[in-house]
Design a protein around this ligand. Structure first.
Ligand SMILES: *Cc1c(COP(=O)(O)O)cnc(C)c1O
Ligand code: SF4
Length: 356
């Protein structure tokens, strides 16, 4: 164990289960803390569940801040019923329950429907927080499916949040995957360090360490989410030798400004989390009020590359409709002009580049 983990255990962490159970889950409880319209929140929460852990609640300052926008139910969630609950058609690409198989060499295994905080913009709103039980026989069936696919080299554990599973259940799943000889890497997608950092216990880190090569992709959308507690959770994972990446979502009113996005990406790299993807928001029912034009995302990407360290520049990704998969979107940096290629640098200056 690293010195940081020892120090963390010495000061004693609040138990994450207690924190999870103490979360705000009703409109009444929320209205006792924030100036919300109780009935409006209740109407939204009946369709899309509400959960905010108390430490996260204490970060909320006003309806305009990133914490409020991401966590507090908004009547706008009920106003876009024309949108699809599953535009990228994960459910159609699900050969067995709780598994999405879209690409030739990797699959997503959804091992939990719960999250510590129900993000209002979630692209899996159709299933997270729903009382659809994911039981172990189903997970074992999904693992058996993976075992029968020799081309699959990577399994991505997602959900919901896979780290809301008990340590023993995670260990059992990881061990079962490791028994499949064709599985080279395992990836975990989690928002836990941002929303319930106490869950990253020394015991959890010990479990994850046993089943490498294992990558953990975190999910932060604003630099102010990387609190001292969140940064310490990232350190505990990084000190254990677990490579950390991040996935962020471009969200209107949260991070769709150049300065905000630059600060987020720099802060991630500073806590040893390598920005991996910036996702353009999918047109998912209940979330479309967070969407911004593609042109704005491209403009933000242009303001990152060259201006800040390349270590802080993620790929900007759009998930295509109808199961087309994710594609990177890039600002236009070059065009062919007669016999040569004209390229624009990060400052907007034009150069002629010698092609062959
Ligand atoms: C995003 C995604 C992946 C992972 O894609 P990468 O390009 O490897 O990050 C795998 N399967 C599905 C279904 C996905 O949506
Ligand atoms: S943690 Fe992830 S899966 Fe859970 S609600 Fe937020 S975005 Fe959705």
């Amino acid at each position: 164990m690293g010195p940081l983990i020892d120090a963390y255990n010495a000061v004693g962490s609040p138990d994450w289960r207690t924190q999870l159970q103490g979360s705000i889950t009703s409109a009444d409880a929320l209205a006792a803390h924030l100036p919300v319209d109780r009935d409006a929140v209740a109407a939204v929460a009946r369709v899309y569940p509400l959960r905010i852990p108390r430490p996260f609640l204490r970060l909320i300052r006003s309806p305009q801040d990133s914490f409020w926008r991401q966590a507090v139910p908004d009547p706008a969630e009920l106003a876009d019923s024309g949108a699809s609950p599953d535009p990228s058609e994960e459910d159609r690409q699900s050969p067995v329950d709780h598994l999405v198989h879209r690409y030739p060499d990797r699959v997503v295994l959804l091992i939990s429907n719960r999250c510590a905080l129900y993000c209002r913009f979630c692209m899996r709103k159709r299933r997270v927080g729903r009382p659809v039980n994911i039981d172990w026989p189903q997970i074992r069936q999904a693992v058996a499916y993976i075992g029968a696919c020799p081309g699959v080299r990577e399994v991505i554990l997602s959900g919901g949040d896979p780290l809301l599973r008990k340590d023993e259940q995670l260990a059992e799943t990881l061990a079962a995957l490791r028994r499949l000889p064709q599985i080279e890497i395992i990836r975990i997608h989690t928002r836990i360090p941002a929303v319930l950092p106490e869950r990253v216990t020394a015991a959890l880190v010990e479990v994850l360490k046993q089943f490498g090569p294992l990558y953990v992709n975190l999910h932060f959308n604003h630099a102010e989410e990387i609190t001292p507690a969140a940064a310490a959770a990232c350190s505990r994972l990084a000190d254990a030798g677990i490579p950390l990446g991040s996935q962020s979502v471009l969200l209107k009113g949260v991070n769709n400004r150049v300065a905000t996005m630059r600060a987020l990406m720099r802060r991630l790299a500073a806590v040893r989390v390598r920005p991996y993807a910036l996702h353009h928001p999918d047109p998912v029912a209940g979330t479309t009020h967070f969407r911004v034009p593609l042109a704005q995302g491209l403009q933000i990407m242009r303001s990152l590359r060259g201006h800040i360290s390349g270590l802080c520049v993620p790929h900007y990704m759009a998930d295509l409709p109808a199961g087309g998969g994710k594609v990177p979107l890039l600002p236009d940096y070059w065009r062919r002009q007669g016999g040569h290629v004209e390229v624009m640098n990060y400052e907007g200056r034009l150069f002629q580049y010698p092609d062959v």
